[in-house]
Design a protein around this ligand. Structure first.
Ligand code: AMP
Length: 171
């Protein structure tokens, strides 16, 4: 993981002033790193009875789909408003500047589903908490949440309690 940590590129003031953006594109361009991240994200949940992986637009799609393959289950996209074509559940949430929402198809999950949520970065936890709420709207349960990077100083995991949270790299 130390090698992967060194591949993550810091981009200051992106997408807005004061944000130090953690750019994972050099990591996903390296096949060995991509394979290792996929294996490590799936590892804590192999015996957790996961029936589906859900991932948030857009970088959650990359890692979420790979982890779904690794666990031999399907992938459910959680998308920005207006992108999904059929009926959706919606959860609105606050960002640092302004508000946004995530949507999921109403028929994507069933009540007996046990869902692993995957995203690239856990920052304030607002996106992940909204995603958990969205999954629960369908009656499904959260098996846990997995992140490539966790920004510990923002304490986002507090918002996800009591769900299980596993992150591979901490800053
Ligand atoms: P939050 O809702 O604050 O936990 O933000 C999480 C979402 O914003 C994730 O989907 C991340 O992709 C993105 N994000 C937040 N902070 C960063 C950062 N410093 N570097 C890269 N992505 C970030």
């Amino acid at each position: 993981m130390q090698h992967i940590k060194s591949q993550i590129r810091d981009i200051p003031d992106f997408p807005s002033p004061g944000i130090l953006f953690k750019d994972l594109t050099p990591v996903i361009a390296d096949p060995a790193s991509l394979r290792r991240i996929t294996t490590k994200l799936a590892e804590p949940f192999r015996q957790a009875g996961v029936t589906a992986v859900a991932g948030m637009e857009a970088r959650g799609f990359i890692f979420g789909t790979l982890v779904a393959q690794e666990l031999d289950v399907g992938f459910i996209p959680l998308r920005k408003p207006g992108k999904l074509p059929a009926d959706t559940h919606t959860v609105a949430y606050e960002l640092e500047y302004g508000a946004t929402a995530l949507e999921m198809h109403t028929d994507a999950l069933a009540k007996n589903d046990h869902v692993l949520l995957i995203d690239d970065v856990l920052a304030t936890g607002g996106t992940a908490a909204a995603s958990c709420e969205l999954v629960r709207k369908s009656g499904a349960a959260i098996a846990g949440c997995g992140f490539v990077i966790e920004l510990d100083f923002l304490n986002g995991r507090k918002q996800l309690m009591p769900d299980t949270v596993h992150s591979l790299i901490h800053f």
